[in-house]
Write a protein of this length. Structure first.
Length: 533
């Protein structure tokens, strides 16, 4: 485009200048079309993007609700599902097994069939399986349904990030992705609030000799509702214009861009100044309107091979290791926080004048009251102390300041800074959790751990989107999330099997992996303020 600069950081004034300078005398544009970055900037930034943020944000939040609701079930369903420590570990891990499988399959299909249709189907699978699981009376049936729910959650996470990012101009992408990431905190607060409101209330009905649908099961059913609502909202949204252009579907791309322009500016769609686009050169077999699922699966495998080509091998491997490390640490601790807090509260109720560390309390038999008094059965403690829900709610809110910091400074300080800073600091706070000997200090360090971990996830989400080309972006997100799910699975299983017998091992492993991942992040390239590939 002759005489025009590429869009840079700015606000609505930037779009206004581009519109004023746009004229019919741009001969080069008529020959080769307008580049996508300029075209998306000329749509303006307004109502459409805010609505998109709300829909995609709640898609992200609904995933958080579905994942984190398990942490409140560990103490709440202990009697009904006969949960041993090992069973609790598998109940936490099985969702991530489903996410690992679903993430790769759905994410790869997102590069072939389209972001929106895949996202809708993934959200529906999540909602249906989550709701049906609330009726389960048997541990293994519940486990299987949570696996299916994980397949849906795993598909929505990589696709929603790819879908959302491809509507963003480069000048706003860092802040927009940070805002999207902040909805994880919204989901965290939502699930903590729902658990606090529903589980202790003893609503529903319970017949030990027959069918039970008590408060924790109602909580599971309600947790599936956000996914269903998001799927309905996505029906009214367009597919990613960047994806359509990558597939050579220029007319459809222009149609979406005109719709965005009309929604943001209120002007007639015909007045959108772009009439042709620079269409990427793609193979003839790719430029098709529809593909069957068999062909789509073959394309998925081909795209995975491309991620390990010489040009992408180093970046792919680094992101695989970092994703494994951060999710081993985060979910290894996070999903066990309510369980650990519950044990601390029980111990302090029995021994009000004693202080004890987390690792000491998990190895104590809390079923026996001192001085040979009456025993506390597991069923009587199946509903956690109210303080457990209060602590979880406080930890969820603690991520708000760090989310705001990333929103306003992600494009200033850069993705790598936040990733390395977050992983190093969260690793140190995880190590200190092993040393504290009071519930108050444990709560403070848990809040610090949750807050600084958020910054790492926000920056890693940006890097995962920006380091790969459009044709491989959803597949790359899916593949790196396979490593992430493996980290979460191993984190939960390590805690499940070792937290009572060798408590120091999982906590120190978390600290070591997070600190190591923080140093490894230094090797990643800088993507701040650069157009999408």
């Amino acid at each position: 485009m002759r005489g025009k600069k590429s869009p840079s950081r700015g606000d609505g004034q930037e779009t206004k200048v581009l519109l004023e300078n746009w004229g019919p005398d741009d001969d080069d544009d008529s020959d080769c079309g307008t580049d996508y970055e300029t075209a998306i900037t000329l749509t303006g930034y307004g109502v459409f993007h805010y609505w998109l943020l709300l829909v995609c944000g709640w898609a992200n939040a609904s995933d958080a609700v579905e994942i984190l609701c398990i942490s409140f079930l560990l103490p709440s369903a202990e009697c009904d599902l006969q949960l041993s420590p090992a069973r609790k570990g598998w109940l936490s891990a099985i969702l991530f097994v489903g996410m690992m499988i679903g993430g790769y399959v759905w994410g790869s299909l997102g590069d072939t069939l389209g972001r929106r249709v895949v996202l809708i189907n993934a959200m529906l699978v999540n909602a249906a399986a989550g709701f049906i699981s609330s009726f389960s009376q048997d541990y293994y049936v519940f486990l299987a349904l949570r696996f299916v729910s994980g397949v849906g959650v795993g598909g929505s996470i990589p696709v929603v990030w790819t879908y959302f990012a491809e509507f963003q101009p480069s000048a706003r992408r860092g802040a927009a992705l940070s805002l999207l990431a902040s909805f994880w905190m919204v989901g965290n607060i939502t699930v903590a609030g729902l658990a606090w409101a529903i589980i202790p209330s003893n609503i529903g009905w319970s017949d030990p000799a027959g069918f039970q649908y008590n408060s924790w099961r109602i909580f599971v059913a309600v947790s599936a509702l956000p996914s269903l609502l998001v799927a309905v909202a996505l029906v009214f949204m367009p597919d990613s214009p960047r994806f359509l252009l990558c597939k050579g579907r220029e007319d459809e791309t222009l149609g979406v861009l005109r719709r965005i322009y009309f929604t943001n500016t209120g002007k007639d769609r015909a007045s959108y100044p772009v009439t042709s686009l620079q269409v990427e050169r793609v193979s003839p077999h790719i430029v098709v309107q529809k593909q069957d699922w068999r062909t789509a699966v073959k394309d998925c495998l081909n795209k995975a091979e491309q991620l390990f080509s010489p040009s992408l091998f180093r970046v792919t491997c680094i992101l695989l290791v970092i994703n494994f490390s951060i999710q081993f640490g985060y979910y290894g601790l996070w999903l066990w926080f309510p369980e650990l807090f519950n044990k601390l509260e029980q111990y302090h109720n029995l021994h009000p004048n004693k202080t004890v560390s987390v690792c000491e309390v998990v190895s104590v038999d809390l079923s026996i009251v001192p001085d040979n008094s009456t025993s506390i059965t597991h069923c009587s403690t199946s509903i956690p102390d109210n303080q457990v829900f209060i602590n979880s709610f406080i930890i969820s809110i603690s991520a708000a300041p760090s989310n705001l910091w990333t929103v306003f400074h992600m494009d200033k300080l850069g993705r790598r800074f936040f990733l390395c800073f977050s992983m190093l600091l969260s690793g140190c706070s995880a190590f200190l959790i092993y040393l504290v000997n009071s519930s108050t200090m444990n709560l403070i360090l848990s809040c610090i751990f949750g807050a600084v971990s958020t910054m790492g996830f926000n920056s890693l989400d940006c890097l995962g989107i920006e380091l790969f080309p459009t044709s491989l972006r959803s597949t790359a997100m899916a593949l790196t999330l396979v490593a992430a799910r493996l980290g979460a699975i191993f984190g939960n299983l390590v805690f499940g099997y070792l937290v009572e017998s060798h408590c120091a091992v999982p906590i120190l492993t978390v600290a070591g992996l997070l600190i190591g991942g923080g140093f490894l992040g230094i090797l990643l390239p800088n993507t701040t303020m650069k157009p999408l590939l």
